[in-house]
Structure formats: structure tokens, C-alpha cells
Write a protein that binds this ligand. Sequence first.
Ligand SMILES: Cc1ncc(COP(=O)(O)O)c(C=O)c1O
Length: 408
Amino acid sequence: MFDVEKIRNDFPMIRNNPDLIYFDSAATSFKPQPVIDEVIRFYETRTCNIHRGDYDISFAVSKEYDDTRETVRRFLNAQRKEEIVFSNGATSSLNIVAINFAKKFLKKGDVILTSLIEHASDILPWFVAAKEVGCEIRYTPLDEKGMIDLIGYEECFKDNRVKVVALPYVSNVLGYIYPLKELTRIAHKYNAIISVDGAQGVPHLKVDVKDLDVDFLSFSSHKMLGPGGVGILYGKYELLDQLDPVFYGGGSNARFYNDGSIILKETPEKFEAGTPCIEGVLGLNRAVEYLEKVGMDNVASYGKELTEYFISKLEKLDNVEIYNSASEAGIVTFNLKGIFSQDASGYFNKQGIAVRSGNHCAKLLFNIIGVTETIRASFYIYNTKEEIDRFVDVIKDTTIEKCVDSIL
Ligand SMILES: Cc1ncc(COP(=O)(O)O)c(C=O)c1O
């Protein structure tokens, strides 16, 4: 049974900030006590490096680090744990795929198919890769709401030049869940691979990479209750294994020689040069366990419930314009009519409500929604309808004069 009050008790940030309403979990989530305890346990009782020390705590921590790979494999229903690479964020994971896939598999004239919804971390690496190799960037058609038009999407493949698709599972501004299974099926029909930005999807939805059949999936620990500094790259083993690392150094090589030749370790270790964020990976293990205990079906349905509840309340207000009324995954994007988004969020801040305003790193999305700056409220498992009610009361009463007064 999903019990939000019980969940809230697990989050010290909520206890320690009784006057704060935090609606910015799409930027980063709060951490539950077991995750915090795990990180502290590492610092207080077992600080050491992994895969290098010939002593007990290093053996123990190395094993726990490797066990996290198995936990993440189970969470994603991946075929094998060697398909899980730890990086330092979704951005790193997306770069590993884009830069190396392009170098290895793309040639001049090939097409990279993406969209105008993209977060900078998903699209910029492909811009750079496209420039280096001489590829074309193509944008899949979207409808007026920002949903992918599947017929238009398939049309994009008809000249047989699309070699890779880069799309998000969930838009970080619109909160729409894109039909990954179908998008992947179509990409594969035309022999293209798909790299998915899962930064907003994985924290909110039950993911089964075998069922979705995606080739690469990138996401961050810090948006799914885990510590910062850790990213995850899932890749189908045969593909992942063919990529070269972005970084070279200690821990990722088996041998190197005077003549400059390097023998790398096997996948996934070959991608993890240098000392990783060990405490972050250990904390991620606890975060995944926590989410599994809550149940990803509950996480998804509660996120949808809060999202729909907030939208239904906003729709009754005359002073609000909503840009994603079909959102499902904990993200609502809107503006107060006649008020600059940052002025409104500054005023909300004074009322104890934390939201984000601006372009949310999706700087091409204005082509679809017609505005560059919006307010984004994003929810997670510890938010409540009472918090939303409080926010709606504040929104109702927000005027430009109050916003200006709060700045002065
Ligand atoms: C959709 C999307 N992709 C990628 C990222 C980048 O994640 P990170 O900053 O954790 O690397 C974000 C972060 O906000 C995001 O929302």
C-alpha cells in the first residue's frame, strides 16, 4: 500500500524544512534515510578505494560496488550486469554513446534523428558528433502538444539514411511519456539504433529494457533518490562492447606498453577509468532498493495522480496558461498570464515554494510551445495533494504587483 506520510518520514529534508514545499524534483530529488546512511557508513567506517587495495575493507567495498551493478540490472531487467556502466551523470552517459557511436559507426551523410523536445545533454553531444563526422541532424515531427507523430516519425526513415535515433523517455518540460517500444520497433525496422535519454523516465516509470528493446539508456542517480555524481549507462552488450571509452586511465586498462598500445579491460570496466564516485554508487544501491520497495507501479501511478490533480486545479484558474495538460510523469509547465516566469517563481520562493523557471535546458522547445520561459513544477513520491492545494492558493493570489514587491 502506498502511504505518502510513511514515505515522508524517511526524508530528512522534509523533516528539517517544515515550511518548504519542494516542487523541483525533476532537477534533483530528496534522498531517503537509507541512502544517506549508506553514504555516511562509507565515510565513517569503510573509506577506501575499490579494485586496488589488498585489504578487507577494500574487498568488501569493491564487492558492494559490483553488487550495485546487479541491483541496477535487476531494476531495468537487463540481460546481464555487464550491460551497466557507471558514469558521473546522465550527461556523461549520453556523451559516451554519442561521441563514440558517431566515431565508430557513422559516416558522412548519415542522419541522426532527434527532436525539438530534447534536453541540452541529449542533443548537444549529437550536434558535436554530427559536425565531426558530417552527419545531418533531422527532427522528428511533433504535434501541436509536443507528442511524437508516429506516422511522421516513420516517414523520417524512408530515405534509409537514419542510423541513430536520440529521444527522451519523458520530456523534462512536458512530462509526456513517449511510446518507446513503438519508437524502437520502427527504428530497428530501418536498421537504426536508439539511444534514450532516461533522465526523467527512469525515476518515474517501471522500465524493462528487454521489453522496450532500446539499445542505450542513460540516466542519473540523483534524480531517483540516489546520491549525486553517479550516472548510469545501459547498453545492449554487443553494441556497448564495440564502443571505445571516452576516458582512459587507471582501473580501465589491463596492460599498456612503451609503444603506446593499450589493452583495455572488459566491458563495462573499460568505460570506468579513474576512481569512481564509490559512495554514490553504494548509495544508488539503497535508492534502487527503496524504489523497488515502494514499487515502481505505485511510483508511476502516484506521480500521475499528483500531476493530474494539479492540472485539474490549474485549469480552473483564469490567470494560468498550461503548456502540457496531458502530462503524466510528475511535471507541469505553465505561466501566469502577463507575469515573467522568473518573477513568479521568485514570489513563490517567498511563499516557501520551490519551483524552477526558465527554458529548462530545452532551448528548442519554444518552436512547439511558443514561449521560451515557463514555470515548471515537478513532483515525486514524497509530495502531497495538500502541498499542491497550498500552491494553488498562492497561484490564485499572485499578481504582478506582489511579484515586483517580493523582488524589491
Ligand atoms: C531530460 C534530461 N536529460 C538529461 C539531463 C542531464 O542530467 P544530469 O544533469 O544529471 O547529467 C537532465 C537533467 O535535468 C534531464 O532532465
